[in-house]
Design a protein around this ligand. Sequence first.
Ligand SMILES: *Cc1c(COP(=O)(O)O)cnc(C)c1O
Length: 358
Amino acid sequence: MNRVRPSSPRLANIEPYDPKYLPAENLLSANENPHDIDRPMRQAIIKAIRRVPFNRYPDPLANELRGLIAETNGLEPNQVLMGNGGDELLLDVALAWGGNGRKMLNLPPTFSVYETNAVLSGTEVVSIPRKPDFSIDEDAVLERVGEGDIDYVMVASPNNPSGGLAEEEFLLKLLDSTDALVMVDEAYFEFSRRTMRPYLASHQNLLILRTFSKAFSLAGVRVGYLLGDPMVIREIIKVRQPYSVDVISQIVARIIYENRSRFEKEMLSIIDERERMYEAMKTLPSVTVFPSEANYLLFKVKRADELWQYLYDQGILVRNLSHSPGLEQCLRVSVGLEAQNDAFLTALRSFILSKDAE
Ligand SMILES: *Cc1c(COP(=O)(O)O)cnc(C)c1O
C-alpha cells in the first residue's frame, strides 16, 4: 500500500474527542436535559419540515432565528451569530482571535475544547490554574492579562465541570483591564440565570456563548449562538463555515425558541433536584461535592475509578474525570429525572458506606 505523509504536527498531542458515551438506563454523563421536547412542539416541527425545500441552500446566517434571539436579548441582529452547536463557534473564535504568534488565556480545569481549539489553530495556550475549590485565581489572571500580550480569554461561567460562576465584579474588572477578546461561555445560563449581557453595550471586547443543547433539550440538533459587538461578529463570520446551520436545525431551533416559556417549569425542577442532590451528597463521609449553578455536580471521592464502575454496573452512567489534570478522583453527575437521581444517590451511598466500613 502506498503510504501517506504524516498529518500536521499540531495534531501530535491531540486525542480525537470521545464523549465516553455508553449505553445505560440512567444517562447522567453529558449535562443534557433529561426531558425530551413535548408532543405539541414535535408536531409543530414535523409540520414545518414537511414544507422545506431540501434542494436549496439554507440562509447562511439563519436570519429568522437570529432576529428572534436579538430581539429577546435587546440587541440588533448583527450582534448575534448562530452556529452548529456552541462547539463550532468556539473553534471560530480560536480561528478569528488566535493563530500563529497569538495567545489564549485559559483557566483550567475547564471545558477541554478551549485548549484543543487553541492548539488546532496554532495558538499558544497560557494557563492560570483555578484554586483547589475551582474558583478563579482572580489576581493572577488580572496580573497576567496586564502584560498586554493575551489575544483572547476563555471563561466558562458556570464552569464545566466544576459548576461555579465567575464573579461578575471580577469579569467586569477583567473586561476593563484589557483589550483582549473575553469570551464568557454561558452554556448553562438558563440554570444559573446570571449573564454578562448588560455589559455588551459598554464593552466591545465581551463575547457571550449560549447553546440550545442543555436547557432546551436540543443536544441532538446542534445549535448555539454568540452575542457580541457587530465588529467582532463580522470577524467571526469570516472564518465560519457558511452553511453550518442547516435548514432543519434552523426550523427546530426557531420553534423551540418561540416556545421557550414551556421549558421554565422543567428548569426550575432541575435546579430543585440539583439542590436536593447536593444536600444529600454533602452528608456522605469521604465525598466532597462542589456547589453548582448549572445542571450537574462535580464531586471528589477516594476511589473514583472503582465508584464509576460500580455506578455503571447499576445502570448509571456518570462522567469520569479523574484522569484529567487537576481533577484527580473527580466524577461529574448530571441532574436527571427524580427517579434517576434517586438511583444515583442510593448507589453512591451504598458504595461509600460499604467502603467506609472496610
Ligand atoms: C455543552 C457546552 C458547550 C456547547 O455545547 P454544544 O452542544 O456544542 O452547543 C459549550 N461550553 C460548555 C462549557 C459546555 O458545557
